[in-house]
Each structure stands twice: as structure tokens, then as C-alpha cells.
Write a protein that binds this ligand. Sequence first.
Ligand code: ATP
Length: 384
Amino acid sequence: MDIETLVPMNASTATGRGAVELAGIVKRYADGTLAVDGINLRIASGTYCCLLGPSGCGKTTMLRMIAGHETPSDGEILIDGGNVVGLSPRERGTAMMFQSYALFPHLNVRDNVAFTLRVRGIGKAERYREADRVIEQVQLTELAQRLPAQLSGGQQQRVALARAIITRPRVLLLDEPLSALDEFLRLQMRSELRELQRQLGITFIHVTHTQLEAVAVADQVVVMDRGHVVQSDPARTVYAEPRSAYVARFMGGQNVLAGKLESVADGLATLRDAAGRGFALRVGGAVRATGQRLQFSVRRDHVRIAKLAGATVPPLNAVVGLVRAVEYQGTFVKVTLTLDAAAAEDDPFVAYVEEGDYFAGPIGIADRAVAWWEMDEMHALAAE
Ligand code: ATP
């Protein structure tokens, strides 16, 4: 058998490679745990998609169902338009790269990579030719004769990647691929993954619980919460326009505030919170009733802050509080305030102050400070 018959190059694999659609996917494990609760999701072919969410939200279960290592309790998984539920990973054209790279310690790089094709009955010359091709793609040609123990963590990961892509999958599934690497290698490998995905032009679905990893590599970020998808959007949208307070808090970089609607007219709403602070923001066309509670977010790097002494507090879109932490972060300074009249469950308010601005008028711990922002920096959040 040769590689072309092993991997049927039908119309969908040759052109639209790896469009994935989940329709009403449910996964209930034998012990009754509902890990995935009715997910509908589309991932266009050639997309770098990250499934992101806290531990236990169902990311790995989703990935394993797409890979064919787990069967959904209900729903359909379509790859390039065909339902693949019940098909083996090989039949569905998926490959998975695992958290632990699962390399054979007694086989060198070349044999590790060629092994998958050996199992599939591909002749020796053909499998080594393919192995050499993918080893070159992951830039390991010079190390092809080494054993896994003679490689660094990053190099071992590249071997695992080569092993996954040698079957020419339509969809490559990566389960926390960078978690075993140190910080420096992680940054390097994540851009290599992104580059490899561009070169191969296939769909990557990458599970992570690290927000910055997801926004750095992904075209599409899918945020999950307790078996549900709560937002699926381009990376920048998820970060800058979170749908809900959960997404805003999970992605970070935002302050989440709330108040009761006092008036809504021409898409402009005024709110007042329990401490008497007033806010005004645009709410678009959504119908809202006065008295209703509305949450909104303001980016930490889009607020201004000054010592209260001598400053005028704007009547709207401003908060006053006590500085409880100041952390230098290199390009900016993180100033954390406990707001006046804060309840125990309220988030602290955080301003990221550009380094030059901070040192032009430093604010210290225990100072009273006012933070304010422009109305256009406010983003109304959907009720959860
Ligand atoms: P993590 O980031 O910790 O890996 P995750 O988001 O990938 O978490 P899953 O591994 O998909 O989450 O688990 C989702 C839920 O399903 C959890 O409550 C988990 O305990 C449960 N679960 C996972 N595998 C099984 C299983 N084989 N049997 C029963 N429950 C399971």
C-alpha cells in the first residue's frame, strides 16, 4: 500500500481541508457526569481553533470526540460535511497529538515518525520517504538518528508533531501541546505551531486553559464553561468584546462593573450602582427595561487614574477607591484599587498605567485615587 491509497485524497481533502461542525453534541459518561451539554459549533477548514476554559469544562472530552477516541451520547460531528460519528480516527482523517508525547524510547526520531505508517502496512521505502519529508517540515533533519532521551522537550514535541502529521490528517487535534515546556520554549513552540498550521493549511484544534496562548495562536477562540460554549469568535473579539462577565473575567484584562438601568433612550443607557456611582454607556439596539441590572466591562489598559487629592471626580464613568497594590510589569504598572463601598464579592478595580505616565505622577499603596474612562471604552455584557 502507498501513502496515496492510505489517505484518500477526495475533493474535500484536496480543497476544503477539515471543516468541522458539531451539531447538538452531548457527552454523558457512564457515571452520569454531563461533560458536554448540547454544543453547536462550526470551525471552518484551515482554521487554527483553540478550545479554552477552566479545568473540567469539557475541552478534552470535546477534542476526544472529534478525534474519535470518545463517542458522543447524542449529536453529530461532521468533517467536510460527512458525519464521522462511529468512524475510526483513521477513517475520519484526524490525528491527535497528546500531552505526553508517547514516543518510543528505543526508536530513533526517524523510526518513531515512520512507525505510524508501518502499522498501516506502508512499504519501507515509502514510509521513510514520508518520514524524512515531515521531519524536514518540523526542522529535525539533523537529529533524525537520535533517541528521544537525547532530545530536548521542544525537540520531542516536534517528533510527536511529525508523527501526527505523517498520516496527512484533515484535522490535527492537540491536547495541551505546550504544557510540558518551560516558558521560553512555550513561546517559541507556539509560534512554530502557528507557522506549521499555515504551511499545512489544515484545521488545528488546540486545547488549552491558558488565555494568552489561545489569543496568540488562534484564528477562532472557543470559550467553554461547564459543558457549554459561551463564546466562539476571533481572538481579538473574545478579548476586546467579551459576551458575558464570565468571558470578561476568564480572559482577563477587563474590569467588570454593574448597575441598575435608570434610563435608556436612543441606545444610550444610564446606570447607577449600589454605591451611588453613575455610568452612561451605549447599549445598541437590545431592548432593556429600567430597573434591570446591567453588567459592563472596561479594559484595564483603557482607564486613566490619578491621586484623588487635587483631582476632580467626573460625575459619570468614574470610580474612587484605595490603592491596595502597585506592581511594576515592565511596559506598564498595574494599580489595584479597593473601591469605596465595595462588597466582599466585588472584583477589585485594576488600571494598567503606561510606564511613563505612571512615573510622571506615581500613586502609592494606601493613596486614595480616582479612575475614569471614556464612554466608548465601555462594553455592555449579556446577562448570564
Ligand atoms: P482539564 O483542563 O482539567 O483537562 P477539561 O476541560 O479538559 O479539563 P474534561 O477532561 O473534558 O475537562 O472533563 C469534563 C468533565 O467530565 C469533568 O467533570 C470530568 O471529571 C468528567 N470526566 C472526564 N472523563 C471522564 C470519564 N471517563 N468518566 C467520568 N467523568 C469524566
